[in-house]
Write a protein that binds this ligand. Sequence first.
Ligand code: F6R
Length: 364
Amino acid sequence: EKGGYEHFMLKEMYEQPKAITDTFSPRLKDGKIVIEELGMSDEDILAIKKIMIVACGSAYHTGMTSKYVFEGLARIPVEVDLASEFRYRDPIIEEGTLLIVVSQSGETADTLAALREAKAKGARVLGIVNVVGSSIAREADNVMYTWAGPEIAVATTKAYSAQLIALYLLAMKFAHVRGKLDDENLASMIEELKEIPTQVEMLLNNKNKIQKFANRYLAARDIFFIGRGVDYAISLEGSLKLKEISYIHSEAYAAGELKHGTISLIEEGTLVAAVLTQEDLYKKMISNMVEVKTRGAFVMAVTNVDNTEVERAADYVVYIPKTNKYFTNSLAIIPLQLFGYYVSVGKGCDVDKPRNLAKSVTVE
Ligand code: F6R
């Protein structure tokens, strides 16, 4: 059933191009984004004053990424919350709030409770869900499915990638309806979106190089991930992937926060993975990388293919192909998933079923 792959996680990583394509294709019609299941007219979309995104774990990270996309593209303010926090803090939900819950399983107890809390307070709730007919899918006002297919490995990969795509589509749709994205720019973003599956495949085919690199870190005690903007969101996801399956302590930091504490943890040889895909932030990131390198860190960078400056501050570089600046997480996550996977494999961990974790968290 693993189709020749050693683990479900590897198989599911390789299913990402398909999960991505299956999530965007049914929603692209004649050069426009059509999301019928949204159940929202253009007037409804114009009336949105605020978006709240609520989820757990990796799904929460896709919410964080999309905050930058919704705000940057559609200029709609976004709040992102962990479901376990949201549900207990008597959240303020004003008129014009669209609440989005994101969940692979559709059964996560805290996310479901957050949905119920928001509905009781009068919010319109949109679910972005992978499992058809799950509790969250049934209880949300509207459901936009991610078409990633069944995910078996506890560590999510393809569902995460499909969630990102669903959120990009929504942000692009909202931006277009609200007059922030013209026809021409929408069309060119759609073209860039369609390139993602092939680009993901290219990055997956780099796996042997990443495995060789990962094997150097099997005995690491701590590994850090840093980024800014969408790259901060992906740092959180890269760090979670690594720690949950390899049991190596790892933290992700907004790069600008290093100086406020974390930098004291950097020692000779500590691995710091820096993600820098936002051109306007290259300089800031490079100076953060130099700061940790000066203190002995070994710096791995994940950056765009045209970033020629990076080698000055990095010891090891993975380049990702050119895409829209809002889509880079979909590419940059691939080497980070592979890295976590191969550290786990190298250490002989139970990759698909890490200790103490369950695929679906139906109790809080
Ligand atoms: C991490 C992971 C978890 C889930 C989280 C939410 O790899 O899989 O962090 O993302 O438990 O689960 P769902 O999406 O089913 O609500």
